[in-house]
Design a protein around this ligand. Structure first.
Ligand code: FE
Ligand code: FE
Ligand code: ZN
Length: 277
């Protein structure tokens, strides 16, 4: 069974997201844990979470994915920005405990001229401050496009962060198809080789989620501009091969394509149609 959904707005709460997901025939969804541009998170309403969990059980919605705000930069040169990262991620992980057993994804960060090594060190330090042995959420590092000084566009960089995390059992990776393509991994012509390289460097068991996006730019562009499925340089055929690939097909997929809900519904229907049962 193909478990696929899209990014939904969390402004109306969990139950509202669950209903939206069902309306577009999604089996999962991603949401921002707070305003994507940062700031404080809205208080969790326990009754909303409970209603959502009941609803999700009835409608087979599972494997929801929290996404950290874009402004979270664990390896900023500015201590205040790093402090925000620490505070936001600590709070977000407390919030994720209301929906235990799911994943929380974040962009590793931009080293802003301090160098990859320093960046990796700061990211690992943040993780070692926020991860707790008793948590029920898996924290995912997202593969990045390599825009500016972003860390995580090479599998080796993600591997190094994982190596330095004390509680690896709570860590995983989310592969973003637009980002890896922009990072120079040819998932159109050499999908098997890219999967083999991921397995060799990071290990496939660490892969917990896929962001399914086409890219407005050619291979290796380091731009990070998402396109609708089939309207970018990756193309619909490659997307269909990705959802059916043995390394990916059991994972949850999340669309982050430039769409409103009807557009997401069409993409979900298209991909379900092309999923080999
Ligand atoms: Fe992301
Ligand atoms: Fe993404
Ligand atoms: Zn992106």
């Amino acid at each position: 069974m193909l478990r696929i959904g899209c990014h939904l707005s969390s402004s109306k709460g969990y139950l509202a997201m669950g209903r939206e997901a069902v309306n577009i025939k999604a089996g999962t969804f991603q949401f921002f844990t707070r305003n994507p541009r940062g700031g404080n998170a809205k208080a969790i309403v326990p009754s909303d979470v409970k209603d959502f969990l009941d609803f999700a059980g009835e409608h087979d919605i599972s494997r929801i994915l929290g996404h950290a705000p874009y402004t979270l930069n664990a390896c900023s040169a500015d201590e205040k920005v790093r402090d925000f990262a620490l505070r936001a991620m600590t709070e977000d992980l407390e919030r994720m405990e209301y929906t235990p057993g799911n994943c929380y994804n974040f962009h590793p960060g931009s080293h802003v001229g301090q160098g990859v090594e320093t960046g990796i060190d700061l990211i690992a330090r943040l993780l070692n401050q926020v991860l707790k042995p008793e948590q029920h959420t898996t924290v995912l590092l997202e593969t990045m496009a390599g825009k500016g000084s972003e860390i995580g566009s090479r599998f080796e960089e993600l591997r190094e962060i994982l190596d330095r995390a004390d509680l690896k059992e709570h860590m995983g990776v989310c592969l973003d198809t637009c980002h890896v393509w922009d990072g120079g991994y040819d998932i159109v012509n050499h999908l098997d080789q890219v999967v083999a390289e991921f397995d060799r460097i990071i290990g496939l068991p660490r892969l917990k989620a896929v962001h399914l996006n086409d890219s407005m730019n050619p291979l290796g562009a380091h731009k990070d501009r998402h396109a609708r499925i089939g309207e970018g340089h990756i193309g619909a055929d490659a997307m269909v091969r990705i959802i059916n690939h043995p390394a990916f097909r059991e994972l949850p997929f999340y669309l982050e394509t430039p769409n409103e809900l009807p557009g997401y519904a069409r993409e979900i229907a298209f991909l379900q149609e092309h999923y080999e049962d």
